[in-house]
Design a protein. Structure first.
Length: 208
């Protein structure tokens, strides 16, 4: 007898199809005029199935945001890797760490953190979205570990803690900065960056 129960792969396929149409709807009409019924009809997915995977209309919107967040994280990680690989031998590692702390201070960084926070909230009511968040965190940390290994191999830093732990700490500090974003105070932002820079130097111990 054939097992007719939906598999995890079936769920991911349904989710990916729904998100593809939801992303198109959001891009064309925006969040205010986002019509879930149009998305469901186009994707051929029932409302009950959509809510099973994402919890609500807001969960679907958050999942679309998660796709954008994932792309941003990936691109940012690649830029950091390219920067590290192009560093001259006499480059100051301290300058690199300072750049790592301050690079996401602009409006784009604030918006990226807002999106990540929204997806985390939505993930609590969507197992599949939670799975994507976990995969993104793990893949991002793995990539960052590889980047840190390059920095170590080139003699720029001498870590005082495991690289994987440092990578996860760097990534998790993104969410702590969300509270700083709410303060909307340049002085508070300066202080947070300085403390984070000092902590990062203590963990990685730059050699120059």
């Amino acid at each position: 007898m054939t097992n007719s129960r939906p598999t995890r792969a079936d769920g991911r396929e349904t989710m990916d199809r729904l998100l593809s149409y939801a992303e198109r709807e959001l891009r064309e009409f925006g969040a205010v005029n986002f019509h879930l019924s149009r998305v469901l009809d186009a994707a051929g997915v029932s409302k009950s199935s959509a809510y099973h995977h994402f919890g609500s209309r807001e969960g679907i919107l958050a999942a679309v945001e998660m796709k954008t967040v994932t792309e941003q994280v990936t691109n940012n990680n690649k830029l950091i890797r390219a920067y590290v690989e192009s560093l001259p031998a006499d480059q100051s590692a301290t300058e690199f760490l300072r750049l790592l702390v301050t690079s996401s201070r602009d409006n784009a960084g604030v918006e990226a953190r807002r999106r990540r926070a929204a997806t985390l909230v939505a993930a609590h009511s969507s197992p599949l979205l939670a799975e994507i968040v976990r995969d993104t965190q793990r893949e991002g940390a793995d990539y960052l570990v590889g980047t840190l290994e390059i920095v170590v191999e080139r003699g720029f830093v001498s870590p005082t803690a495991p690289l994987r732990g440092i990578a996860h700490w760097i990534m998790s500090s993104t969410f702590g900065r969300i509270l700083i974003d709410f303060a909307a105070d340049t002085e508070v932002d300066d202080d947070w960056e300085e403390v984070t820079f000092v902590a990062l130097c203590a963990l990685l111990r730059p050699n120059s």
